[in-house]
Design a protein around this ligand. Structure first.
Ligand code: FAD
Ligand code: NAP
Length: 548
């Protein structure tokens, strides 16, 4: 195996005992891991991707629930690093469905001949930094023992599904599913009495589909969500042709933008400095256009409580206008957190579904779910019977997959300990005390607040350039200083505290996992400003990092 890095494992007896040596190990074969592999190959490095699934795709491999699709428009939710890729692929819908996105990722994997360097059906269980050899020693659930100069975590922000450990689940006599690991063969709800727990994006996409099939669907809602219609439909191929002709430019603009998208730019006007009529017109235009752009209708929506209230009132008005039953409408209206401070949802006929006779909404805020029973579930005030149950209960977001691996840095320090009060990183790219470990879209970077593919490409490009720099300058390790990391964490918190985001019990805050530290994990300063900062740091000889 050709290695371009200088420090072979034979420098250390421990590292020597490992079965294989690479320049880099990449964990995860979603959008991030695949592009990282491609870039490292381009540098002439030996790299291996280790992936728990038996195929590529990450999110789009696992989340096969009915109705799963992107909520960033297909034309922007694709790779942009190679001009030919967007030109070669034709999307069929404005928001591509999960099967189509998975086909696309498989196409890219074939086109770039990536599979030969991916080891599937293998979960990385531990990654330990060996200081003598300056290498990462990686172990898997298949018993592999691999060493690598660089360990790159492409493990995903939303890849550790969770169901909230309800008492009695093992006693349930029907079938149960989690949206985040849906059966490949699909699920036929025809004639079934189905229950679904959760009303986040996954539930909001799947509920209309399940309701159309099932004999009856009961939706257990703890917190209602703001959702904007997608207005999905066939893609405009002329617009697609025009965009893909100048995709490099589109992508350059996306990377310079706040959220990694160009299709519906955020407004620069304040909601409070326009007339009520102008405000209504802007909201209405964005509602009619559809999708996440609603969150950017005015510059102060997530900053000023008054501005936020206007957006919240507008969407609540829409919900009430769709629902036939005012009691159900009221239950579906979010009231106890600011608009867009939990991830906005994008739907197709979600609210309309509650007008169906075979759908019931149950409020489990007032009467929580107490246990799953053999026949269904029991809340504090009633018992329900089902043939099948769907958990749309989300993920241990941003840190779940990373902390699912026993990661140890210098002196055997555990990442779990280093992050016991919440994740601490420099730029969301590296962690002090964990040399040569990179986290693609790690906590402390814009990641989940943006079009993820643009953020992924920005991180992968930065990491690839960084590794190239190290090799060219004969540098063995890179890691942030504690001071630079502390200052970055402080900055991330400070920017978040200027917004209304910390007021919501969101997964951004870790609030969906009992006991998880309550910290706003992504960086909300905007992708454009963030990417510029990353570039400046690199241009200044990797300011804030120790290069040894
Ligand atoms: P992932 O796609 O999550 O891939 C990570 C991979 O790492 C997985 O395959 C996992 O199996 C593997 N892995 C993790 N731990 C280990 C381990 N220890 N050993 C081996 N393998 C491991 N973002 C948007 O910008 N727009 C959208 O429209 C959008 N829609 C989404 C819809 C759903 C249903 C979900 C859940 C997320 C969505 N996201 C969206 C976020 C989405 O996760 C990202 O857009 C993107 O797909 C992430 O790619 P990734 O490669 O970083 O991570
Ligand atoms: P989620 O947004 O975290 O939603 C989980 C839901 O389960 C919430 O409604 C939550 O209620 C509920 N829940 C959790 N524990 C519960 C309990 N004990 N009792 C009752 N209800 C409980 O997860 P998700 O829907 O899978 O989405 C996660 C993220 O993935 C999204 O925010 C988005 O970023 C991405 N995603 C995107 C799309 C898309 O449109 N492209 C689709 C799916 C997912 P509470 O709110 O009260 O905690």
């Amino acid at each position: 195996m050709a290695t371009r890095t200088q420090h072979a494992p034979e420098q250390s007896a421990t590292a020597d005992a490992y079965d294989a040596a690479y320049d880099a190990i990449i964990v995860g074969a979603g959008f991030a891991g695949l592009y990282m592999l491609h870039r490292l190959r381009g540098l002439g490095l030996s790299a291996r991707v280790i992936e728990a699934a038996d195929g590529v795709g990450g999110t789009w491999y696992w989340n096969r629930y009915p109705g799963a699709r992107c909520d960033i428009e297909s034309l922007e939710y694709q790779y942009g690093f190679d001009d030919d890729l967007p030109r070669e692929w034709r999307w069929s819908e404005r928001y591509a469905s999960q099967p189509e996105i998975l086909r696309y990722i498989n196409h890219v994997a074939d086109r770039l001949d990536l599979r030969r360097d991916i080891q599937f059906e293998t979960r990385v269980t531990s990654a330990r930094f060996h200081e003598g050899a300056a290498r990462w020693l990686i172990e898997t659930d298949n018993g592999d023992r691999i060493s690598a100069a660089f360990c790159i975590m492409a493990t995903g922000c939303l890849s550790a599904p969770r169901h909230p450990g309800f008492k009695g689940l093992e006693s349930f006599e029907g079938d149960w599913y989690h949206t985040g690991y849906w059966p490949h063969e699909g699920v036929d709800f025809t004639g079934k009495r189905a229950g679904i727990i959760g009303t986040g994006s996954s539930a909001i996409q799947s509920i209309p589909h399940i309701a159309r099939q099932a004999a009856h669907l009961t939706v257990f809602q703890r917190t209602p969500n703001f959702s904007i219609p997608a207005h999905n439909g066939p893609i405009d191929h002329e617009a697609e042709r025009q965009m893909t002709e100048r995709y490099t430019e589109v992508r350059r603009r996306a990377r310079a933008s706040a959220a990694g998208v160009v299709s519906r730019a955020p407004s620069e006007r304040s909601a409070m400095q326009v007339t009520p009529e102008e405000r209504e017109a802007e909201f209405e235009a964005r509602w009619q256009y559809g999708g996440l752009g609603m969150g950017g209708a005015f510059i102060d929506i997530v900053i000023s409580p008054e501005a936020n209230q206007t957006a919240a009132d507008f969407v609540r008005g829409k919900i009430r206008s769709i629902l036939k039953d005012p009691v159900t409408a009221d239950l579906l209206c979010p009231k106890d957190y600011p608009f867009a401070t939990k991830r906005l949802c994008v739907d197709t006929e979600y609210f309309e579904t509650f007008n169906r006779n075979n759908v019931t909404l149950v409020d489990v805020r007032s009467a929580p779910i107490e246990e799953i029973t053999p026949k269904g579930l029991r809340t504090a005030d009633a018992e329900y019977e089902f043939d099948c149950l769907v958990f749309a209960t989300g993920f241990d977001a941003m840190t779940g997959a990373l902390l699912g691996i026993d990661v140890r840095g210098r002196g055997g320090q555990e990442l779990r300990d280093a992050w016991s009060a919440g994740p601490r990183t420099y730029l969301g790219l590296q962690v002090a005390g964990f040399p040569n470990l990179f986290t693609i879209t790690g906590p402390g970077s814009p990641s989940v607040l943006t079009n993820m593919i643009v953020s992924i490409e920005q991180h992968v490009d930065w990491i690839a350039a960084c590794i190239e720099y190290l090799l060219e300058h004969g540098i063995k390790t890179i890691e942030p200083t504690v001071e630079a990391q502390d200052a970055w964490v402080e900055h991330v918190n400070q920017v978040a505290s200027l917004t209304l985001f910390p007021q919501a019990n969101s997964w951004y805050m870790g609030a969906n996992i009992p006991g998880k530290p309550r910290v706003f994990m992504p960086y909300i300063g905007g992708l454009g400003a963030y990417a510029q900062k990353c570039d400046e740091i690199a241009a200044n000889g990797y300011e804030g990092f120790v290069l040894a």
